[in-house]
Design a protein around this ligand. Structure first.
Ligand code: AKB
Length: 313
């Protein structure tokens, strides 16, 4: 039987590309895109689209019944930099939307959930290099605290109620179709736009700040691979470490400069520097590789080529 899938937060950086990819795989009518605001025309016109506040349990329950939804991808969240400005709003959105989908699965109204976690679950006391799957976490940001709590709840609902929830800890995501919003790793996308349009970029992080990053094609593939794996292969029900590459602002500037002669980088670190300093510089994702075969395909050079080629057209 054809299953219907609901994407919550479909207009965001990940949600947009996830919607297109799932529509290509399962057919446009089976993928219901939803968001609290309208998105681009292509996304809204290529299949069903609904305005939805993910913190409104009744509205969500109604939508799930109406479209006979089987799986939910909960991509709505307030990211690290914005969450520091609005801590209570971030907690409310990030936690209550998760409780809503977990409780709908507990009530057997949906059968499978994808929920994104982040490298933000780690904190200043975490080993920063090759950060293991299981280690000290102690996140120091509002966003990180919400993601770590979310991971605990996902594992709890799986163990106590058999909820089939699957999750990965995304690194910073580099994409060209939709801009990110409110994150600390957003510079990794902005830099390509500014390089092409203005030939220079003022970076809000220091030159030497190394963070784990991933090209969007890898992130979408990882998301579908974990969701499409047999349940017994998903042995971690909090969230999986996931990695592809790590780079500093200076390294991505060098990579861009090898394609755009004269590209200039200026450094003006702001409050986001403190957030970045609390996160790991590289991630050990061997558990994801072992359990469900994860393998990244994009390094920095391949990412730079893909970003510049796609943004130019
Ligand atoms: C952010 O910077 O807040 C996000 C993340 C790493 O989860 N991109």
């Amino acid at each position: 039987m054809q299953k219907n899938i609901l994407i919550i937060g479909a207009c965001g950086q990940i949600g947009t590309e996830l919607t297109y990819t799932l529509r290509a795989q399962y057919g446009n009518d089976s993928i219901i895109a939803s968001d609290i605001r309208e998105g681009n025309e292509e996304l809204m016109n290529s299949g069903p689209f609904e305005l939805l506040d993910a913190t409104d349990y009744d509205a969500l329950e109604e939508l799930i019944a109406y479209y006979e939804i089987d799986e939910v991808y909960l991509m709505a969240a307030m990211l690290s930099a914005t969450a520091e400005k609005f801590p209570m709003r971030a907690w409310n959105l990030n936690m209550n939307s998760l409780f809503n989908v977990l409780n709908l699965a507990k009530e057997k109204k949906i059968s499978k959930i994808f929920w994104p976690s982040s490298i933000a679950v780690f904190g200043p006391n975490t080993p920063a290099t090759d950060t293991p799957q299981n280690t000290i976490m102690e996140p120091s940001t509002v966003y990180g605290i919400s993601k770590q709590s979310g991971e605990r709840w996902c594992e709890y609902y799986h163990n106590k109620f058999g909820v089939d929830v699957r999750s990965i800890r995304y690194p910073g995501l580099i994409s060209w179709k939709t801009m990110p919003g409110g994150g600390t790793t957003d510079y990794g996308v902005e830099i390509y736009h500014k390089a092409l349009n203005e030939g220079e970029y003022t970076c809000f992080l220091r030159a030497s700040t190394k963070l784990p990053m991933m090209y969007m094609d890898d992130a979408i593939r990882a998301t579908l691979e974990i969701m499409q794996s047999p349940a017994e292969q998903i042995k971690t029900r909090s969230s999986y470490n996931l990695a592809a590459m790590s780079f500093t602002p200076a390294e991505v500037a060098t990579s861009i400069a090898s394609h755009i002669a004269g590209f200039k980088m200026i450094y003006e670190p702001d409050s986001r520097q403190e957030i970045a300093d609390s996160w790991p510089s590289s991630i050990d994702d061997s558990k994801a590789s072992k359990d469900w075969g994860w393998q990244a395909q994009f390094d920095l050079e391949k990412t730079t080529k893909a970003m510049l080629a796609n943004l130019k057209t």
